[in-house]
Design a protein around this ligand. Structure first.
Ligand SMILES: Nc1ncnc2c1ncn2[C@@H]1O[C@H](COP(=O)(O)OP(=O)(O)O)[C@@H](O)[C@H]1O
Ligand SMILES: [Mg+2]
Length: 234
């Protein structure tokens, strides 16, 4: 579904990604693991078009997407649920959700999608008229995820969705991700909770200092000595 090939991304003169390659098949959950500053967010931003790679390519459903604008990439079916949620604080829950449907295809099906999103997150329906900034951290994350679904994506990329949440809500976030996959959505997941992430992912890539240093089935990475020591504290 998505093939990233040999990507180099820079911030000015500083190189943040070095020859990064990654593949995601349809209906997979793929995890991207790495310490702070490894380049995980930079890779997501490069895929969604917020950053343009200096070299390399990204192909989504057989179409080159590197160098395309973010709104066009969203239109093609990639949704990016960004780190730190990035809600519109003085808009209501419903308005935030509607903002997620601003692609040509999704806008026409906005009401129907809204019902689907409310089925996944009943709480958002209850809070429909409330301003986003007055929601709790967990509710805000649900809203960010809901907004990401409003474009009716084929691939959802989540950047640390459980960050800052209480343990019960962390479980809830992982449950939602599993539900989405059961509904046929493909998932690229960045998470600090490496053990739990590898437990739900099919495959994973490990990013260190802007380079992919290992990749494989999650079950195998869970047994890998370097991963155990560096990320699982074993
Ligand atoms: N806007 C930016 N300008 C300059 N450097 C940046 C910017 N954003 C991130 N970086 C640098 O790029 C590297 C990767 O950052 P990032 O992708 O945010 O890592 P991660 O998401 O894995 O924590 C870090 O060294 C970071 O300091
Ligand atoms: Mg990040």
């Amino acid at each position: 579904m998505l093939e990233v090939c040999n990507i180099d991304t820079f911030y000015g003169k500083i190189q943040a990604l070095w020859g990064v390659s990654l593949r995601i098949d349809e209906a997979e959950i793929v995890a991207l693991v790495g310490a702070n500053g490894a380049g995980k967010t930079t890779l997501l931003n490069t895929i969604s078009g917020l950053l343009c790679p200096a070299s390399g390519s990204a192909t989504f459903l057989d179409k080159r997407i590197d160098g395309l604008t973010p709104h066009y990439i969203a239109e093609l079916g990639i949704s990016h649920i960004p780190e730190g949620r990035r809600l519109f604080p003085v808009m209501s829950v419903r308005e935030n959700l509607e903002m997620g449907a601003y692609t040509y295809h999704a806008w026409k099906r906005k009401e129907e999608t809204l019902e689907e999103v409310y089925r996944v997150f009943p709480l958002l329906k209850e809070r429909e008229g409330q301003l986003a900034r007055t929601l709790s951290g967990g509710e805000q994350q649900m809203l960010a995820m809901g907004r990401g679904l409003m474009s009716r994506p084929r691939l959802c990329m989540f950047d640390e969705p459980s960050s800052g949440l209480a343990p019960r809500l962390v479980l809830e976030v992982f449950k939602v991700i599993k539900t989405l996959r059961e509904q046929g959505i493909t998932i690229l997941l960045i998470e600090q909770n490496v053990k739990r992430t590898l437990e739900i992912a099919d495959r994973a890539y490990v990013l260190e200092n802007g380079r992919i240093v290992s990749e494989g089935k999650s079950s195998e990475l869970l047994q890998n000595n370097h991963i155990k020591k560096a990320y699982l504290g074993l």
